[in-house]
Design a protein around this ligand. Sequence first.
Ligand SMILES: Nc1ncnc2c1ncn2[C@@H]1O[C@H](COP(=O)(O)OP(=O)(O)O)[C@@H](O)[C@H]1O
Ligand SMILES: [Mg+2]
Length: 273
Amino acid sequence: MSAETPATTPSQETNPPVDGSELIRFDKVTKRFGSNIVLDELDFSVASGKHVTLVGPSGSGKTTILRLLMTLTKPDSGTIKVNGDYLTHEQRGGKLVPAGDKHVREVRKHIGMVFQQFNLFPNMRVLRNVTEAPVTVLGMSKDEAEERARGLLDLVGLGDRCDAYPTQLSGGQQQRVAIARALAMRPQVLLLDEVTSALDPELVAGVLDVLRDIAHTTDITMLCVTHEMNFARDISDQVLMFDAGRVIESGTPEKIFTDPEHERTREFLSAVL
Ligand SMILES: Nc1ncnc2c1ncn2[C@@H]1O[C@H](COP(=O)(O)OP(=O)(O)O)[C@@H](O)[C@H]1O
Ligand SMILES: [Mg+2]
């Protein structure tokens, strides 16, 4: 699993300088489903180039955070900024108004997501799964998209499976295609939502190795939800402990995993570690 092919290192082509500036900012974001307040005036930010891991109990709103960033769902109040631009709002005549579709598409272009359930296009071969969005959304030529896709599929160890259909692959292989597909959009930030949770245990390591490789060899920003605490420890600059709609504690993985401040964090970790 080598990342030594420079043409496939997404960050070199795309990312702004990793200067520690804020790439993602949530400001007092509230999200409710009926009477269920899932996010409660949530504030947090992710600096450019950093790897941030969200941990917390099931149902605490971690997926909701990532879905808000993908604009798959909308906040009830508060604002989200990506790379300095409002995601769900735009400035018009000095006022902040709900964003139009075009604005949302522009801002969201910077974000790639890998889901728990792969979500590959079942009717497309592996190569086309990876080229489809760069061609249709970014307007990349088919030749360029295919050349890049082959490089990315090499990066995830699947350079020889370009012509397969998703159902011909194992779950771990499908998830690695999904990672290549997300990277093909040259995202500044990669969102990873429990990407190994649906996999058979023996397939988990291969996917985590690919992600470690990406984390260590590119400067792509990562926001990661995972229950794989060793992986979180390896790649994270910062861990956010999330509970009841708020970040209750954050720090380096060493700090959070070995010397947490909050009783709630201790309880959570003793259940998962
Ligand atoms: N589309 C939805 N409709 C209603 N409730 C939802 C929906 N999506 C999530 N929820 C609720 O929001 C809460 C947080 O869910 P989620 O973000 O998936 O948590 P996590 O990823 O931390 O397990 C849960 O109580 C869940 O039932
Ligand atoms: Mg979830």
